[in-house]
Structures are given as structure tokens and as C-alpha cells.
Design a protein around this ligand. Structure first.
Ligand SMILES: Cc1cc2nc3c(=O)[nH]c(=O)nc-3n(C[C@H](O)[C@H](O)[C@H](O)COP(=O)(O)O)c2cc1C
Length: 434
């Protein structure tokens, strides 16, 4: 977009949000005001943290770590941008509790080698204007990035495109401490909460899933046993951070895979989570299992998990968020107004327009236009959106107009370049590249 077009776009947005154009259209204005009212209502969580509105920047692995697990200046700018854009909360995707099992070499790591000054600056940048910023604490398990790790999950697997070892019982017993240590660390550097990532086929989602978890000890078998490690982690995290810090969980409504986590089992897991001290349950679905449908690559119309969220309401008192598929303000307002969920998680919409939360909480609104791609390859959309986050971080999103294939190439090249940095920083001598 050239400078003139960008100026016109900003002018029109301002005029729209200032009501000038809207007032003659009675009912339309009322409807728009109602949407703004619903979405701008604050929500106070059990821990006492108040979210200033109902719009959350869902976890996105932004690949903007510096390659050694530390925040980059670009990443700090990205989160400042979302806070300035009005999101009540931004969740930083894939912040690793153990550098040995990262999802990508652009992830952050919260651990002994972390640069706390940079983490503090990230927490500060993301919390301007009463916004909250929480790291999503992750461990990729079987889906750890092979060039920098030896992937290991609940059970050993040797499938096309996915090979992993089995975690020993002793290694499983160490997990609650690792998550609790990372959560305390996040709290110490100024974040207001954490989201425990138990979705999308990463470690805790692998434990929940019969496809990944074939254990015969008390961490495998029934859904109660498959959920045990998640419950133990939640207990230890809460013990470490105290009552005033937000603890959320992201969980799949189902894996959308034959033999994976079913909706019925997910509802039981939500009931079990409800018994812990949790402030928010973020509902998603799908996995990054090779060839499987991932939520971030999905293109179907309408919010994906609202029907499931309505069913989850009957088994939990914990506030609910649904992430996935929201494309219009009307859909978001309807999901909250109908009491299906308390919060709306937005990933791609906030990658398209980092100011969307401001627009959707003011009269006038304005929905993003979504790009259309012909037959994108698996992971292609996620790569394109990921590169768009870099454009936002660099302040060039208005001019950014990149072909899918170029975005995928740039995304893959950046990760490949960072592998050596990661291996040096963490003295990795194993992994496929070793
Ligand atoms: C670039 C990109 C990176 C993502 N990384 C993560 C992640 O690190 N953790 C996570 O839980 N979900 C991740 N997701 C999935 C989103 O949180 C969300 O569940 C999914 O994109 C569907 O929501 P949407 O329709 O609003 O995009 C990612 C999505 C995108 C587009």
C-alpha cells in the first residue's frame, strides 16, 4: 500500500470510529454499539487480574527470538504494537520451559541462560495501557525441532516424518518442577500470568492423546491417567506463583485425528482441570502431527470451537476462551453475548490488523479482509502469517505484500540460519544436525 492509500485508510478508520458516518443509520449503529459494548466489557479472573476487554491476541509462535532463546528488539516492538492496538491480553506463543525440546529455534526459553533484562523489557512493552502479556509455557515433546533436539514424548514413535523416544518416568516426574520454575521466572520479570500449552499436539497434548500416549504406567490409559501430568503441573505452578498470578491452559477440543483425543475425553480433561486452580481455559483443536489439520492452517468459515465451548460450560466454572476462526466482530460479540465463552482468542486476525482490538471495542468496528491462497501446502499459511508478524514488528505491514511461496521460503531460511546459533548457545551436541 503506498503512503497516500495508507493515509486515506487511516483517515477513513478515524472518521468511522468517530461516529460521523454511522449516526444516520439508526439500527445499524445500535447493533454496532452493542457489539462494541459486549466486547469492551472488562473481565476479572479468579486470581484478581482484570482483562480490560474480551479480545485476546492468541498464542502465535512469532519466530522472533534471537536464536539463543532471548527476545529480540523486533519481538519487543511486536508486543508493544499489540498492546497499543487495544488487545486486553497478548499470549506469547511457544516459550520453552526446557531448551532441549523447542518447537523452533526462534522460540524464547525461560531458564538459567535467559536474559532477564530483555524479558523485562518485553513484559513492559506488552503491558502498556493496562494490557496483559503472558508467555505460553511449552515443551514440544515428540514434535521438538529435530535439528536442535532429540524429540521425546510419552511413548516412542517411529512414523513417517515423526520419530521420537519415550520419556522415562523420572523425566516425567521432573516436568512439574520445570513448568513451575518457568512460571515463577515469568512472574519475577513482570508478566501477569502464563498459559500452559496442552494443545496442538505438543508434549502435554501428546499425553492427553491416545495416539501419542501408549504408556501402561499411571500416566497412560484412561483419560484421567493421561491428564495426570497436566494436573500435577498445574498444582505445582500454582504453588510456585501464589494466588494473584494468572494461570491459563490451552487444550484441544479434539485432535481431529482418528484415534486421537476425542471431544468426550477432552470434556473429562476440562472437568479435571476445573478441579485445579486455573483462571482460564483456552479451547482450540487440531495438531501439528505431520499431515494433520492444524488450526492455524484451517480455512473453513465461522468460529471453530463454539459448539464445543457451550458443552464445556456445563462441566466447568472456569472462564472460557475459544480461539480459532473468528473473522468478524459480529461473530466475536455473538460468542460472548450468548455466553458461549468469556473471551475471544484471535491469531490471524491480529496478524492482519494489529489494531483490530481497538476497532472492535469502539462503535464502527471494521473487519479485516483475509487473503485467499490457492491450494497452500501444509504449514504454508502458518508460515505466511508468521512472516507477516515480522512485518508488523518492523512497522512495514501496510506495504507488506508477499507471495505465499516467498514467505514460506523466507520462513524456512530464517529457521535454518538459526539452528547453529541455537546449538552454540545451548551447547547442543545431539539432534539430527549433530
Ligand atoms: C503464525 C502462527 C503461529 C502460531 N503459533 C502458535 C503457538 O505458538 N501456540 C499456540 O497455541 N497456537 C499457535 N497458533 C495457533 C493460534 O493460536 C490459533 O489457535 C489458530 O491460528 C486459529 O486461530 P485464528 O483463526 O484466530 O488464526 C499459531 C497460529 C499462527 C497463524
Amino acid at each position: 500500500m503506498n503512503a497516500f492509500n495508507s493515509y486515506v485508510k487511516k483517515f477513513l478508520e478515524r472518521v468511522q470510529t468517530a461516529h460521523f458516518l454511522a449516526w444516520p443509520y439508526g439500527e445499524l449503529v445500535n447493533e454496532r454499539d452493542r457489539h462494541a459494548d459486549v466486547l469492551s466489557a472488562p473481565l476479572t479472573l479468579h486470581c484478581g487480574v482484570t482483562l480490560k476487554n474480551r479480545l485476546v491476541k492468541a498464542a502465535m509462535s512469532d519466530s522472533l527470538g534471537d536464536g539463543a532463546g532471548r527476545p529480540s528488539e523486533q519481538q519487543i516492538e511486536l508486543y508493544r504494537r499489540w498492546a497499543d492496538g487495544g488487545a486486553a491480553l497478548s499470549i506469547i506463543g511457544e516459550v520453552q520451559v526446557d531448551h532441549r525440546f523447542a518447537e523452533k529455534p526462534g522460540n524464547l526459553v525461560v531458564g538459567p541462560r535467559t536474559d532477564d533484562t530483555l524479558l523485562r523489557r518485553l513484559a513492559e512493552a506488552g503491558s502498556t495501557d493496562r494490557a496483559q502479556i503472558w508467555p505460553q509455557l511449552g515443551h514440544a515433546g515428540a514434535l521438538a525441532h529435530a535439528p536442535i533436539s532429540n524429540p521425546a514424548g510419552p511413548s516412542a514413535l517411529d512414523l513417517d516424518g515423526l520419530r521420537c523416544d519415550e520419556l522415562s518416568l523420572a523425566e516425567i516426574k521432573e516436568l512439574p518442577t520445570a513448568y513451575a520454575r518457568a512460571a515463577s521466572h515469568a512472574q519475577a520479570v513482570g508478566f501477569g500470568g502464563v498459559e500452559i500449552h496442552a494443545g496442538h499436539g505438543f508434549l502435554l497434548s501428546q499425553f492427553l492423546s491416545p495416539l501419542f500416549n501408549r504408556r501402561s504406567d499411571h500416566y497412560g490409559g484412561s483419560i484421567e491417567a493421561r491428564c495426570r501430568i497436566l494436573s500435577e503441573i498445574l498444582q505445582q505452578v500454582r504453588h510456585a506463583v501464589g494466588d494473584d498470578f494468572a494461570v491459563a491452559v490451552k487444550i484441544n477440543s479434539s485432535d481431529q485425528l482418528d484415534g486421537g483425543l476425542s471431544e468426550a475425553d477432552s470434556l473429562t480433561a476440562i472437568e479435571l482441570i476445573d478441579a485445579e486452580s486455573v483462571d482460564l481455559i483456552d479451547i482450540s483443536g487440531g495438531t501439528y502431527f505431520p499431515g494433520a489439520p492444524a488450526s492455524s492452517d484451517r480455512r473453513s468459515a465461522g468460529p471453530y470451537f463454539i459448539d464445543f465451548a457451550r458443552r464445556a460450560r456445563s462441566v466447568t466454572h472456569t472462564p472460557l476462551m475459544a480461539t480459532g476462526g473468528f473473522k468478524t466482530r459480529a461473530e466475536a460479540a455473538e460468542a460472548v453475548a450468548s455466553n458461549a465463552v468469556d473471551l475471544i482468542g484471535l491469531a490471524r486476525p491480529l496478524a492482519l490488523d494489529p489494531d483490530l482490538a481497538s476497532k472492535w471495542t469502539r462503535p464502527g468496528g471494521g473487519d479485516p479482509s483475509f487473503p485467499e491462497f490457492d491450494a497452500p501446502p501444509p504449514g504454508g499459511l502458518t508460515a505466511w502469517y508468521s512472516m507477516r508478524l515480522t512485518a508488523i514488528a518492523d512497522g512495514i505491514e501496510d506495504e507488506w505484500d508477499v507471495e505465499l511461496s516467498d514467505a514460506i521460503e523466507a520462513y524456512e531460511a530464517r529457521d535454518a540460519e538459526r539452528v547453529d546459533t541455537w546449538r552454540r548457545a545451548f551447547e547442543v551436541s545431539n539432534g539430527e544436525a549433530g
